[in-house]
Write a protein that binds this ligand. Structure first.
Ligand SMILES: Nc1ncnc2c1ncn2[C@@H]1O[C@H](COP(=O)(O)OP(=O)(O)OP(=O)(O)O)[C@@H](O)[C@H]1O
Length: 243
Protein backbone atom coordinates (compact mmCIF):
# COMPACT_ATOMS: atom_id res chain seq x y z
CA UNK A 1 0.00 0.00 0.00
CA UNK A 2 1.39 3.42 -0.90
CA UNK A 3 2.22 6.07 1.65
CA UNK A 4 1.61 9.78 1.81
CA UNK A 5 2.58 12.74 3.92
CA UNK A 6 0.64 15.83 4.89
CA UNK A 7 2.11 18.92 6.49
CA UNK A 8 -0.42 21.39 7.92
CA UNK A 9 0.44 24.90 9.04
CA UNK A 10 3.84 24.05 10.43
CA UNK A 11 5.92 26.78 12.06
CA UNK A 12 9.41 25.97 13.30
CA UNK A 13 12.84 27.43 13.89
CA UNK A 14 15.92 27.44 16.05
CA UNK A 15 15.61 28.96 19.52
CA UNK A 16 13.91 32.30 19.13
CA UNK A 17 14.55 32.41 15.36
CA UNK A 18 11.45 31.38 13.45
CA UNK A 19 12.35 29.92 10.06
CA UNK A 20 9.13 28.25 8.86
CA UNK A 21 5.86 30.15 8.87
CA UNK A 22 2.63 28.15 8.55
CA UNK A 23 3.94 25.79 5.91
CA UNK A 24 1.40 23.39 4.38
CA UNK A 25 2.41 20.77 1.83
CA UNK A 26 1.05 17.44 0.61
CA UNK A 27 2.68 14.49 -1.02
CA UNK A 28 0.05 12.02 -2.25
CA UNK A 29 0.71 8.27 -2.58
CA UNK A 30 3.35 7.52 -5.24
CA UNK A 31 3.76 11.15 -6.08
CA UNK A 32 7.09 12.94 -6.56
CA UNK A 33 6.86 16.44 -5.17
CA UNK A 34 9.63 18.97 -5.40
CA UNK A 35 10.25 21.70 -2.86
CA UNK A 36 12.07 24.51 -4.62
CA UNK A 37 13.93 27.18 -2.74
CA UNK A 38 17.23 29.00 -2.99
CA UNK A 39 19.78 28.83 -0.14
CA UNK A 40 18.57 29.70 3.31
CA UNK A 41 14.84 29.74 2.59
CA UNK A 42 14.02 26.81 4.84
CA UNK A 43 14.05 23.61 2.74
CA UNK A 44 16.39 21.74 5.06
CA UNK A 45 14.57 23.06 8.12
CA UNK A 46 11.29 21.67 6.81
CA UNK A 47 12.94 18.32 6.12
CA UNK A 48 14.52 18.28 9.58
CA UNK A 49 11.11 19.02 11.04
CA UNK A 50 9.55 16.07 9.20
CA UNK A 51 12.37 13.84 10.45
CA UNK A 52 11.91 14.89 14.09
CA UNK A 53 15.23 16.73 14.31
CA UNK A 54 13.67 20.19 14.62
CA UNK A 55 10.59 20.48 16.86
CA UNK A 56 7.88 22.71 15.42
CA UNK A 57 6.12 25.31 17.52
CA UNK A 58 2.78 24.62 15.84
CA UNK A 59 1.12 22.59 13.11
CA UNK A 60 0.74 18.93 12.24
CA UNK A 61 2.68 16.42 10.19
CA UNK A 62 0.84 13.20 9.39
CA UNK A 63 2.30 10.29 7.46
CA UNK A 64 -0.21 7.73 6.20
CA UNK A 65 1.56 4.40 5.93
CA UNK A 66 -0.23 1.17 4.99
CA UNK A 67 -3.54 2.96 5.49
CA UNK A 68 -2.73 4.10 9.01
CA UNK A 69 -2.18 7.72 10.06
CA UNK A 70 0.85 8.54 12.18
CA UNK A 71 1.42 11.92 13.78
CA UNK A 72 5.12 12.54 13.29
CA UNK A 73 5.44 15.53 15.59
CA UNK A 74 6.77 14.41 18.95
CA UNK A 75 8.27 11.20 17.57
CA UNK A 76 11.99 10.53 17.67
CA UNK A 77 13.86 10.38 14.37
CA UNK A 78 14.46 6.64 14.84
CA UNK A 79 10.72 5.99 15.20
CA UNK A 80 10.04 8.02 12.07
CA UNK A 81 12.60 5.97 10.15
CA UNK A 82 11.06 2.77 11.53
CA UNK A 83 7.68 3.84 10.21
CA UNK A 84 9.15 3.90 6.72
CA UNK A 85 10.37 7.45 6.13
CA UNK A 86 13.98 7.65 4.92
CA UNK A 87 16.17 10.67 4.33
CA UNK A 88 19.03 11.26 1.93
CA UNK A 89 20.64 14.30 3.58
CA UNK A 90 22.11 17.28 1.81
CA UNK A 91 25.78 16.71 1.09
CA UNK A 92 25.21 12.93 1.36
CA UNK A 93 26.92 12.63 4.79
CA UNK A 94 28.76 9.42 4.01
CA UNK A 95 31.67 8.07 6.01
CA UNK A 96 34.53 8.49 3.51
CA UNK A 97 36.93 6.15 5.34
CA UNK A 98 34.42 3.34 5.56
CA UNK A 99 33.68 0.97 2.71
CA UNK A 100 30.53 1.00 0.61
CA UNK A 101 29.19 -1.97 2.54
CA UNK A 102 30.00 -0.44 5.93
CA UNK A 103 28.18 2.74 4.93
CA UNK A 104 25.17 0.67 3.89
CA UNK A 105 25.21 -1.20 7.20
CA UNK A 106 25.01 2.12 8.99
CA UNK A 107 21.73 2.73 7.19
CA UNK A 108 20.36 -0.29 9.02
CA UNK A 109 21.45 0.37 12.57
CA UNK A 110 17.90 0.24 14.00
CA UNK A 111 16.86 -3.11 15.46
CA UNK A 112 13.94 -3.46 13.05
CA UNK A 113 16.18 -2.73 10.07
CA UNK A 114 18.85 -5.10 11.45
CA UNK A 115 16.31 -7.90 11.57
CA UNK A 116 15.80 -7.51 7.83
CA UNK A 117 19.42 -6.75 7.06
CA UNK A 118 20.06 -9.54 4.58
CA UNK A 119 16.94 -8.81 2.56
CA UNK A 120 17.52 -5.09 2.55
CA UNK A 121 21.15 -5.43 1.54
CA UNK A 122 20.06 -7.67 -1.35
CA UNK A 123 17.36 -5.13 -2.25
CA UNK A 124 19.90 -2.35 -2.25
CA UNK A 125 22.47 -4.26 -4.34
CA UNK A 126 19.73 -5.22 -6.76
CA UNK A 127 18.79 -1.53 -7.12
CA UNK A 128 22.43 -0.53 -7.53
CA UNK A 129 24.59 -3.34 -8.99
CA UNK A 130 27.47 -0.83 -9.09
CA UNK A 131 27.46 -0.72 -5.29
CA UNK A 132 27.62 -4.51 -5.15
CA UNK A 133 30.67 -4.48 -7.43
CA UNK A 134 32.30 -1.88 -5.24
CA UNK A 135 31.25 -3.11 -1.83
CA UNK A 136 34.84 -3.14 -0.50
CA UNK A 137 35.82 0.28 -1.91
CA UNK A 138 36.23 3.23 0.46
CA UNK A 139 33.29 5.60 0.01
CA UNK A 140 35.57 8.66 -0.12
CA UNK A 141 37.34 7.34 -3.22
CA UNK A 142 34.19 7.11 -5.32
CA UNK A 143 32.97 9.75 -7.78
CA UNK A 144 30.35 12.27 -6.70
CA UNK A 145 27.69 10.43 -8.67
CA UNK A 146 28.59 7.09 -7.11
CA UNK A 147 28.54 8.66 -3.67
CA UNK A 148 25.04 9.95 -4.32
CA UNK A 149 24.11 6.41 -5.38
CA UNK A 150 25.52 5.13 -2.07
CA UNK A 151 23.59 7.76 -0.11
CA UNK A 152 20.39 6.63 -1.87
CA UNK A 153 21.30 3.00 -1.23
CA UNK A 154 21.87 3.70 2.45
CA UNK A 155 18.40 5.26 2.67
CA UNK A 156 16.92 2.13 1.04
CA UNK A 157 18.47 -0.01 3.80
CA UNK A 158 15.54 0.87 6.04
CA UNK A 159 13.08 -0.29 3.32
CA UNK A 160 11.18 3.00 3.26
CA UNK A 161 7.89 3.79 1.60
CA UNK A 162 8.50 7.55 1.78
CA UNK A 163 11.83 8.86 0.51
CA UNK A 164 12.95 12.39 1.30
CA UNK A 165 15.92 13.71 -0.64
CA UNK A 166 17.55 17.00 0.31
CA UNK A 167 19.17 18.75 -2.68
CA UNK A 168 20.57 15.73 -4.50
CA UNK A 169 22.19 17.90 -7.16
CA UNK A 170 24.47 19.82 -4.77
CA UNK A 171 28.15 19.45 -5.61
CA UNK A 172 27.62 17.18 -8.59
CA UNK A 173 28.85 17.69 -12.15
CA UNK A 174 25.92 18.26 -14.59
CA UNK A 175 26.04 14.74 -16.01
CA UNK A 176 25.82 13.24 -12.52
CA UNK A 177 22.98 15.58 -11.62
CA UNK A 178 20.79 14.20 -14.38
CA UNK A 179 21.84 10.61 -13.61
CA UNK A 180 20.99 11.09 -9.94
CA UNK A 181 17.59 12.54 -10.79
CA UNK A 182 16.99 9.57 -13.11
CA UNK A 183 18.01 7.20 -10.31
CA UNK A 184 15.46 8.73 -7.97
CA UNK A 185 12.72 8.32 -10.60
CA UNK A 186 13.74 4.68 -11.18
CA UNK A 187 13.79 3.87 -7.47
CA UNK A 188 10.39 5.44 -7.08
CA UNK A 189 8.90 3.26 -9.84
CA UNK A 190 10.61 0.10 -8.77
CA UNK A 191 9.86 0.30 -5.08
CA UNK A 192 6.56 2.20 -5.27
CA UNK A 193 7.94 5.07 -3.24
CA UNK A 194 6.41 8.41 -2.43
CA UNK A 195 9.08 11.08 -2.90
CA UNK A 196 9.66 14.56 -1.53
CA UNK A 197 12.73 16.21 -3.03
CA UNK A 198 14.17 19.60 -2.10
CA UNK A 199 15.98 21.18 -5.04
CA UNK A 200 17.25 24.43 -6.50
CA UNK A 201 17.67 23.01 -9.98
CA UNK A 202 14.20 23.59 -11.38
CA UNK A 203 14.78 22.05 -14.80
CA UNK A 204 16.21 18.82 -13.40
CA UNK A 205 13.67 18.55 -10.58
CA UNK A 206 10.72 19.05 -12.92
CA UNK A 207 11.87 16.21 -15.19
CA UNK A 208 10.58 13.81 -12.54
CA UNK A 209 8.23 15.80 -10.32
CA UNK A 210 4.44 15.61 -10.55
CA UNK A 211 4.01 18.91 -8.79
CA UNK A 212 5.96 21.41 -6.73
CA UNK A 213 6.09 24.11 -4.13
CA UNK A 214 8.34 27.16 -3.89
CA UNK A 215 9.48 28.20 -0.44
CA UNK A 216 10.60 31.82 0.11
CA UNK A 217 11.67 33.10 3.54
CA UNK A 218 10.07 30.09 5.18
CA UNK A 219 6.67 30.52 3.53
CA UNK A 220 5.13 28.61 0.65
CA UNK A 221 5.09 31.33 -1.99
CA UNK A 222 3.74 29.22 -4.85
CA UNK A 223 2.22 25.82 -5.40
CA UNK A 224 1.93 24.32 -8.89
CA UNK A 225 -0.19 21.24 -9.54
CA UNK A 226 1.78 20.21 -12.64
CA UNK A 227 5.15 20.92 -14.29
CA UNK A 228 3.30 23.11 -16.83
CA UNK A 229 1.69 25.19 -14.10
CA UNK A 230 5.05 25.54 -12.37
CA UNK A 231 6.68 26.71 -15.58
CA UNK A 232 4.10 29.44 -16.05
CA UNK A 233 4.65 30.98 -12.63
CA UNK A 234 6.32 34.42 -12.71
CA UNK A 235 8.22 33.55 -9.56
CA UNK A 236 9.75 30.50 -11.19
CA UNK A 237 10.39 32.22 -14.49
CA UNK A 238 12.26 35.02 -12.73
CA UNK A 239 14.17 33.10 -10.09
CA UNK A 240 14.74 29.71 -11.64
CA UNK A 241 14.57 30.19 -15.39
CA UNK A 242 16.16 33.65 -15.65
CA UNK A 243 13.37 34.91 -17.90
N1 LIG B 1 21.04 25.08 13.37
C1 LIG B 1 20.61 26.31 13.06
N2 LIG B 1 20.57 27.31 13.98
C2 LIG B 1 20.10 28.53 13.67
N3 LIG B 1 19.66 28.90 12.46
C3 LIG B 1 19.68 27.97 11.48
C4 LIG B 1 20.16 26.63 11.73
N4 LIG B 1 20.06 25.94 10.57
C5 LIG B 1 19.53 26.80 9.65
N5 LIG B 1 19.32 28.00 10.20
C6 LIG B 1 18.76 29.18 9.52
O1 LIG B 1 17.48 28.83 9.01
C7 LIG B 1 17.27 29.43 7.73
C8 LIG B 1 16.87 28.37 6.73
O2 LIG B 1 17.95 27.45 6.55
P1 LIG B 1 17.78 26.05 5.79
O3 LIG B 1 19.07 25.30 5.97
O4 LIG B 1 16.53 25.42 6.19
O5 LIG B 1 17.66 26.55 4.29
P2 LIG B 1 17.73 25.77 2.93
O6 LIG B 1 16.63 26.31 2.10
O7 LIG B 1 17.76 24.32 3.15
O8 LIG B 1 19.09 26.27 2.34
P3 LIG B 1 20.44 25.47 2.03
O9 LIG B 1 20.30 25.06 0.63
O10 LIG B 1 21.48 26.54 2.21
O11 LIG B 1 20.55 24.36 3.02
C9 LIG B 1 18.55 30.16 7.38
O12 LIG B 1 18.36 31.52 7.67
C10 LIG B 1 19.58 29.55 8.30
O13 LIG B 1 20.58 30.48 8.64
Amino acid sequence: MASSIRIDNVSAGYGSVRVLHNVSLNVAPRETVTLLGTNGNGKSTLIKTIMGVVRPTSGRIVATIDGKDHDLIGKETEEIIDLGVALVPEGRRLFPRLTVEENLLLGAYRPTARARLKDNMAYCYEAFPRLAERRAQLAGTMSGGEQQMLALGRALMSAPSILIVDEPSVGLAPLFVSRTIDMIAQLKERYHLTVLMAEQNFIQAMRIADKGYVIVHGEIAFRGESPEEMQQSDLIRQHYLGM
